[in-house]
Design a protein around this ligand. Structure first.
Ligand SMILES: Cc1cc2nc3c(=O)[nH]c(=O)nc-3n(C[C@H](O)[C@H](O)[C@H](O)COP(=O)(O)O)c2cc1C
Length: 362
């Protein structure tokens, strides 16, 4: 539509129209900002900036409902969330005799579906089996007829053919069993300083295996209810690489030098409710940071690239990467072997004094 208007209208008229629209927004925004209801009207009728996010969120919620009933998935977001809720229940103090009654049945149904599926990821299934086994060993089954029935069904199900679910202990463990800290504060500080946004790279292909190693570390980042609603799309082949690089607005001047781009993609289909729509950004950013930290240990460098909330570029990248409507680009990361004499901006950081607010009681 925009393109058509641009073609049809003479330039002068186009400039005047743009001025009029901008003037309209400036004049009316104070009125629409008076209340949340008026703001909603403004974004419903005069500003479509949130349209794509809302569309993707809704598409995600619909896809979620299909995914949790499908036997053709690798991962089930409901199963992941509920198994995590149960493992948290298993470490509660004091340990409750009965818990998870409100969602244990749906969890077990999700486990059954995953169990019957030939595509479900085996580690996720093994984790679910392990936690459910511990759950039924821990809760007082006699306190609830539902629990007694489900425990029996669970044990029968696992007797059918467990060959696809390797039993390994993936239940809660004690803090003292964690690996001991190998770094001093000074060593970690030096490690942190190894990552700086790097924009000049050698024109050598980036080893895909190294990327996988870094993604494995990224996957260890915390994520709300352990759902990990993100994926790393690796773009390292021409002509796709140049096509995607051109979309990165902040890549002006160095985009053509990037040997590999990672598009971090958020998946709205991990959520049942729209209240969780921002979790894709939070979880993906935490993983992206861990990914970028891992790269220098593999001889690679990176530069995160801004992905502004613009329908036009979102639509273009979705077409290039063949993204379904419920997936959303969160950011791009340029990756490559650093060119050693390439410049790095100093980028002065804020001090802890500027950033910290100790909230004391008065
Ligand atoms: C979300 C995000 C978007 C960024 N976008 C761009 C970008 O589009 N172009 C660019 O050259 N650098 C970009 N950067 C890099 C920042 O400029 C850089 O992180 C900042 O100056 C701090 O420098 P450092 O990363 O070397 O510590 C981005 C960083 C972040 C976290």
């Amino acid at each position: 539509m925009r393109q058509l208007i641009k073609k049809l209208l003479p330039n002068l008229l186009l400039v005047k129209l743009k001025c009029f629209i901008s003037h309209f927004h400036q004049k009316t925004q104070p009125f629409f900002a008076l209340s949340p209801f008026l703001t909603r009207l403004y974004f419903a009728f005069f500003n479509s900036a949130y349209q794509r996010e809302q569309f993707s969120t809704l598409q995600g919620m619909l896809t979620y409902n299909k995914r949790i009933k499908s036997t053709r998935e690798q991962s089930n977001p409901l199963l992941r969330r509920n198994i995590h809720r149960i493992e948290k229940g298993l470490i509660m103090r004091p340990l409750r005799e009965v818990f998870a009654l409100e969602y244990i049945e749906e969890t077990q149904k999700a486990y059954e579906l995953a169990y019957q599926s030939s595509t479900h990821q085996s580690e996720e299934l093994a984790w679910a089996k392990s936690v459910l086994t511990k759950y039924y060993e821990t809760v007082s089954l006699e306190r609830s007829s539902l629990l007694t029935r489900l425990a029996n069904e669970f044990s029968q199900l696992n007797q059918v053919d467990s060959s696809n679910v390797q039993y390994s202990n993936k239940t809660p463990y004690k803090h003292q069993e964690l690996a001991s800290n190998p770094l001093t504060f000074e060593q970690f500080s030096r490690f942190i300083d190894m990552r700086r946004s790097t924009r000049w790279f050698k024109q050598t292909p980036v080893c895909r295996n190294k990327l996988k190693q870094a993604i494995t570390l990224a996957s260890q980042a915390p994520s709300a209810c352990n759902r990990q609603p993100y994926e790393f799309y690796v773009v390292d082949q021409q002509p796709l690489l140049s096509q995607v690089s051109k979309l990165a607005i902040g890549g002006a001047g160095f985009a053509s030098n990037i040997p590999c781009l990672i598009a971090i993609i958020g998946d709205y289909s991990c959520y049942e409710h729209e209240r969780d729509r921002h979790v894709i950004y939070i979880d993906a950013s935490l993983a992206a940071m861990q990914f970028m930290q891992a790269l220098p240990t593999l001889g690679l460098a990176s530069c995160p690239m801004n992905w502004p909330e613009l329908n036009v570029i979102d639509t273009k990248i979705a077409r290039l990467l063949k993204l379904p409507n419920y997936k959303k680009t969160i950011m791009l990361i340029a990756v490559g072997e650093p060119e050693l004499d390439g410049g790095i901006p100093y980028s002065q950081k804020k001090s802890a004094e500027q950033l910290v607010h100790f909230v004391d009681t008065v």
